[in-house]
Write a protein that binds this ligand. Sequence first.
Ligand SMILES: Nc1ncnc2c1ncn2[C@@H]1O[C@H](COP(=O)(O)OP(=O)(O)OP(=O)(O)O)[C@@H](O)[C@H]1O
Ligand SMILES: O=C(O)[C@H](O)CO
Length: 507
Amino acid sequence: MSLREHALSLFRGALGTVRPAPMLRRALKLQGEGSPQLLVKGQAFPLKRDHLYLVGFGKAVLGMAAAAEEILGEHLTRGIINVPLGIQESLQRAGMQEMLLKPHSRIQVIEGAKNNLPDAEALKGAVAIQELAEGLTADDLLLVLISGGGSALLPAPIPPILLEEKEKLTKLLASRGAAIQELNIVRKTLSVLKGGGLAQLAHPARVVSLILSDVIGDPLDIIASGPTAPSSHSVQDCLQILTKYNLLHSLPKSVEMVLSSSPTKPTAPENYSHVSNIILGSNRLALEEARCQAEGLGYAALVLSAAVQGEVGHVATLYCQLIQLLCLGFSSLAEGPLGDELRGNLLQLAAELQIPGLHLEEFLQALRGLGPDRPVCILAGGETTVQLQGTGKGGRNQELALRVGLGLHRAQATGASSPQGRCEILFLSGGTDGQDGPTEAAGAFCSPGLVAEALQEGLDVEAFLKNNDSYTFFSQFQGGHHLLVTGLTGTNVMDIQAILIRATERS
Ligand SMILES: Nc1ncnc2c1ncn2[C@@H]1O[C@H](COP(=O)(O)OP(=O)(O)OP(=O)(O)O)[C@@H](O)[C@H]1O
Ligand SMILES: O=C(O)[C@H](O)CO
């Protein structure tokens, strides 16, 4: 099999493990006839007849709800989910019936949040969810399904803030470069349901949240703005962020009012004893599955990190240097000055990128222990950032793959000492939701020959990159052969990268 076929199969394997249906089936079970209980990852929650409710919000929630309803059957009393506008139709068109609710479902579906922004439809859904939560009693159990995109799908601005005011503020923060953590700290402070609000309203019912993480590090109080998690942030944190992005002095009156009357401390964690927040799926889980499958294919496989973040150009350089070093491992050069130089550069770059939890020295040590001659597979995940300069069409995964292709080409061109000649190399980067930026592709593959081969077709990689036009490049290059196209996957645990290397000759 080619490296490309292997990479594709690993990507699909990784996705398979975080698809809503298998994920739910693994985690959620109904047990017992007379006095049933819900088993979630081994934790038991007793159920009373006609007292099981379900709510959900997020891009992957439709498939999660369909699988949950299949498991819960007639035990489910009623449910409401808020999902992206048009998702039912597009899943239908994609033939993904298993992600859709059955006719006569007990779950009401509300579609909204066009372009991932809160709107009147999402607000309608949020009000319905709020009313359901407020009506619950101590006999009830509320199952909450949460995934990325949940923030925009559950807008409930604290009065007198208007939805348009909150939307404008969120947009401004995002356009000024606020990270998702910052954005969601502000959202939590201005919302009735975020920052643990939903869990508090559902009290005294038992609340069990099943969460698919799309945030680095899986922070419960940031994913979808943590509607059932105790917030670790205060109004001061929110004010600091508004100051940082120069918004503090141009806030609408309503927002000022809410900020000045917000409690200075978040609700204490002990008030969440009725709540269980359980992460069902994450980037790390997907990477771990890919790692196991890579070993099955004969690779020595390692996971670099599930938290790769930073500017796409810097991340591309990190991967290029890592690939160079891996290629050295197939020769006797690894322990020489070239290996030392590459290791030094890598450590410096990784320190600059500040990737949380990345222990590169240990990782490099583990690489040395992989042994010679075995094909190597390195897996990583996270989310890079692209500062758009041009007007082209692309996504962060396609841009990363193209930048890695360019980096490998340059490394090859700069010296006879380049170790790449001894190896067959493939790099893949893909978004697990199947859509990379506003394109039909999930990501792209590249290899060191890409730039030269593209030139033969009259395609100048650097010019495409300058215009952030990676999708156009990959669509034209070799008839689109290097695009990763999966279609919408119905899940989302950020992006995944795979580096596959095997020796072409003994050195
Ligand atoms: N022409 C382009 N080239 C490279 N990246 C782009 C381009 N246009 C948009 N992007 C990037 O695509 C991202 C938005 O796309 P996408 O919807 O896949 O990501 P997202 O909103 O973070 O959603 P999710 O986290 O659910 O994947 C932004 O990070 C943006 O910088
Ligand atoms: O909905 C959100 O807030 C983001 O997708 C992060 O979870």
